[in-house]
Design a protein around this ligand. Structure first.
Ligand code: PGA
Length: 249
């Protein structure tokens, strides 16, 4: 037994207004109940729905995470949101380094600075890593993940392991319906854990899998020894499907 508590997080991406988020959280709460769950559960609304989602989740075990954060505390960064603003909106944490953000130009150095900025204001972090199909086919997956994990964790202290999780999300599996096999996901998550273990307690750090996780694919993925949970995109938009994935954990 690893003793690591499973974490299931729903990444809503560019979906759901505040009104829709409130309805979603109410349905999710009805599914999950407000008692003690066997897994940590989080939803990641857009910035505009963050405050409404946090209010709707208040008093429940559903945690609320932003999808991205800027590293600066304030200033001339049009369209960006600081860690302090996210915390003030009532959120518990943030994603950092999602591949859709990296594809839009977010660098390894920014990911490291953004992880640090979030932790500095007391936000939990799910840091995302993952390879492209070209990198996998070229046999570069392990080297690529090594670089992303080392870079992203560069400013994280060993004592912060409990407020940080790493999501392994192969880009070829995101939004494609092409879920990684449990074997591929396990192998990559074990590698991510080993690299994280250079600076953090490898036994304590939570490593999630993400990429076309559904109620059907979740059980086999979540039964792998190095997969401690899931970052769910498409299937998290439906509270029934998302609750079923939580049930699988
Ligand atoms: P997906 O997205 O479940 O729709 O593949 C996962 C993610 O991007 O976090």
């Amino acid at each position: 037994m690893s003793g690591r508590r499973p974490l299931i997080a729903g990444n809503w991406k560019m979906n759901k207004t505040g009104v829709e988020a409130r309805e979603h959280v109410a349905r999710l709460r009805a599914h999950l109940g407000d008692g003690d769950l066997h897994a940590d559960v989080a939803v990641c609304p857009a910035f505009t729905a963050l405050e409404a989602t946090a209010r709707a989740a208040s008093g429940s075990s559903v945690r609320v995470l932003a999808q991205a954060v800027h590293e600066a505390p304030s200033g001339a960064h049009t369209g960006e949101i600081s860690a302090g603003m996210i915390a003030a909106a009532g959120a518990d944490g943030t994603l950092v380094g999602h591949s859709e953000r990296r594809a839009a130009g977010e660098t390894d150095d920014q990911v490291a600075a953004r992880v640090r900025a979030a932790l500095d204001v007391g936000l939990d972090v799910i840091m995302c890593v993952g390879e492209s199909l070209e990198q996998r086919e070229a046999g570069e997956t392990d080297a690529w993940l090594t670089g992303q994990v080392r870079a992203g964790l560069a400013q994280v202290a060993a004592g912060e392991v409990s407020v940080l999780a790493i999501a392994y999300e192969p880009i070829w599996a995101i939004g494609t319906g092409r879920t990684a096999t449990p074997e591929i996901a396990q192998e990559a998550c074990a590698h991510v854990r080993a690299i994280a273990g250079e600076t953090l307690d490898a036994v304590a750090v939570r490593v999630l899998y993400g990429g076309s996780v559904t109620p059907e694919t979740a059980p086999a993925l979540l039964s792998q020894p190095d997969i401690d949970g899931a970052l769910v995109g498409g299937a998290s938009l439906d509270p029934d499907a998302f609750a079923a994935i939580v049930g699988a954990a």
